[in-house]
Write a protein that binds this ligand. Structure first.
Ligand code: ZN
Ligand code: FE
Length: 260
């Protein structure tokens, strides 16, 4: 039901453009949303090429590489800006504030909102259950997770655990192409993971061919992303952290990544 386009912008950001069919009851047109528009040019070019009219901006968090084009796009298209309630004062032009457990409709497509603090204190994720599509900004990355700029390891582990509970066939639309460097770190802490090794090889091949590695599937993240495995006893033993609480193990992995 959702048509999803990937727009690579800046050095390594992905902006996602979504088109949803019209909401039957409301008698409206199709809806077109852009997730985390860092810049306006590529968004406007993609809209013009398809004859689409922008109706919504969905923001996961307030960082400039996610909200940079909010005001310009709103001025040009009159679109509605949807963002985190916990951070409404830091989202330029916000119209609708949403938070944990709420639903927001884009045309006929329904997004469920998760509060996922850690990278920033107000970070949210949008989960389109019917399409199995998760827009998670800088919280969960392919083979990684966001830096803890404003949150604690315990908050980030809780946020990632919430996302991890979604179905394996969920596609993870994160906001950066960090997969190859994330894979190098993941291999350094989990060298015995054969699924990870195979994935890292596939990632190297894709990047050599200038192909995107995002979206990934949540199932592969569960098997290979070290930041989703802080409560795996075998992994904890391999790290020399047997019987430590998951939050502590997560904190140790995150700290190691910061130094990597
Ligand atoms: Zn960020
Ligand atoms: Fe970012």
């Amino acid at each position: 039901m959702l048509e999803i386009l990937r727009l690579p912008v800046l050095k390594d950001n992905y902006v996602w453009l979504l088109r949803a069919g019209p909401d039957e009851g409301a008698g409206a047109d199709a809806a077109v949303a852009v997730v985390d528009p860092a810049v306006e040019g590529p968004v406007d070019a993609a809209l013009a090429a398809r004859g689409w009219r922008l109706t919504h901006i969905l923001n996961t968090h307030h960082h400039n590489d996610h909200v940079g084009a909010n005001l310009a796009l709103k001025a040009r298209h009159g679109c509605t800006i949807v963002g985190p309630r916990a951070d409404r004062e830091r989202i330029p032009g916000i119209d609708v504030a949403v938070g944990e457990g709420e639903f927001y409709k884009i045309g006929a497509a329904i997004a469920r909102v998760f509060d996922v603090p850690g990278h920033t204190r107000g970070h949210i994720a949008f989960w389109f259950a019917e399409d199995r599509a998760l827009f998670c900004g800088d919280t969960l990355f392919a083979l990684g997770c966001g830096r803890l700029f404003e949150g604690t390891p315990a908050q980030m582990w809780a946020s990632l655990s919430k996302l991890r509970a979604l179905p394996d066939d969920t596609r993870v639309y994160c906001a950066h192409e960090y997969t190859q460097s994330n894979a190098r770190f993941a291999l350094s802490v989990d060298p015995g993971n054969a699924i990870l090794r195979a994935r890292a090889t596939a990632v190297d091949r894709a990047r050599a061919a200038d192909e995107a590695t995002v979206p990934s599937s949540l199932g592969e993240e569960k098997a290979t992303n070290p930041f989703l495995r802080a409560d795996d006893p075998a992994f904890a033993r391999a790290l020399g952290l047997a019987d430590r609480p998951p939050t502590e193990i997560f904190a140790a992995i995150r700290a190691a990544k910061d130094r990597f």
